[in-house]
Design a protein around this ligand. Structure first.
Ligand code: ADE
Ligand code: ZN
Length: 346
């Protein structure tokens, strides 16, 4: 990795905000801000079961992943039309364009929404139109990854995959999200095998709350190319060696880990140790409307808490492009822009 010039700690937040970067782990339903949630509810003749925006925000206190998922699911009930999905994604895309995000890979699921009586097309078409407009109007590259919900059955995941196939061209890959404990990756071995045979890129959440064994099976059974979270990997030295050897990227989400009590404080987060171990870590926001910050907040707060440096910043941003599913020529363009910012930053 290129050596970059040192930057004094007080100048680091400005560099972090200015540096070009990719986001590889965010759930679009987790970007639904309370203000937009109330607006969509009103537009659809629905009510949010909280008095107002401030009361809703005060409910965003979680002790674990499941407590979050319950509130997050309630929030998705206001999404009813293609325009709702467009508006939610467009708000996120505009927001992260301001964070110097050049490329984003957006997680979404259809199972939540088909469970509410919507068709998968409504979800995918609305999100995809926002991604197309982001490229045209913001110069921001955006692609979509369909996540299966792991608390549901393998049969239901197969149904979600089949429903998405007519819109195959609007998706880059598939992933695995929702309640991790008790739902190991191998539950979805056959769905991932089918997605792989169809040419989808493969990722899965593993090692957020779950054990290192879930990373092993995500790699060896699902054959994923990236692991989402993966912060439990350091508990298993053989696993770390494998991840380093195969240069498997880990999409780490520090503020998510803090809010879901994976780590008690940001100062106890393992991001620095992961980088020191040679792991291909990246920084991501996961569910920014719920966890207190978009991508740049994740960078600035984590760097302040862990005392990370400009060299770490360059490494993380470089990793974010290298770990993405963009074509090789775009990747080089983005990484060159990154290098230029570091060389000219004063
Ligand atoms: N869905 C949305 N956010 C998630 C997370 N942090 N882990 C698993 N599933 C999710
Ligand atoms: Zn996630």
């Amino acid at each position: 990795m290129r050596k970059v010039k040192p930057v004094p700690p007080e100048r680091l937040p400005a560099l972090l905000r200015r540096m070009p970067k990719a986001e590889l782990h965010m759930h679009i339903e987790g970007s639904l801000e309370p203000e937009l949630m109330f607006a969509l509810a009103a537009r659809n003749g629905l009510t949010v079961p909280y008095a107002d925006v401030a009361t809703l925000r005060r409910a965003y206190v979680f002790n674990n992943l499941q407590e979050f998922l319950d509130i997050y699911h309630a929030g998705t009930l206001v999404l009813r039309t293609e325009q709702d999905f467009y508006d939610m994604a467009w708000a996120y895309l505009q927001r992260v364009a301001a964070d110097q995000v050049l490329h984003t890979e957006i997680f979404f699921d259809t199972q939540t929404h088909t469970g509410h009586g919507l068709s998968a097309d409504v979800v995918i078409n609305g999100l995809h139109r926002a991604c197309t407009d982001a490229q045209a109007q913001l110069g921001l590259s955006a692609s979509l990854i369909l996540c299966f919900l792991r608390h549901l059955s393998e049969v239901e995941a197969f149904e979600a995959l089949e429903q998405a196939l007519p819109l195959r061209d609007k998706l880059v890959g598939v992933g695995l999200a929702s309640s991790e404990l008790g739902h190991p990756p191998e539950k979805f071995a056959r769905v991932f095998a089918r997605a792989r045979s169809l040419g989808f890129r493969l990722v899965a959440h593993a090692g957020e709350e779950g054990p290192p064994a879930y990373l092993w099976s995500a790699l060896d059974v699902l054959k994923v190319e990236r692991i989402d979270h993966g912060v439990q990997a350091l508990r298993d030295p053989a696993l770390v060696a494998r991840l380093v050897h195969d240069q498997i990227p880990l999409t780490v989400c520090p503020l998510s880990n803090l809010k879901l009590k994976v780590f008690p404080t940001l100062a106890r987060h393992k991001l620095g140790r992961m980088l020191d171990a040679g792991l291909v870590a990246t920084v991501n926001s996961d569910d920014p409307a719920y966890f207190g910050g978009y991508l740049n907040e994740n960078f600035t707060q984590t760097f302040a808490a862990l005392g990370l440096t400009a060299q770490h910043a360059y490494q993380l941003a470089h990793n974010s492009f290298a770990a993405s599913f963009i074509d090789a020529s775009s990747m080089r363009v983005f990484q060159d822009r990154l290098t230029e910012v570091f060389e000219t930053f004063a």
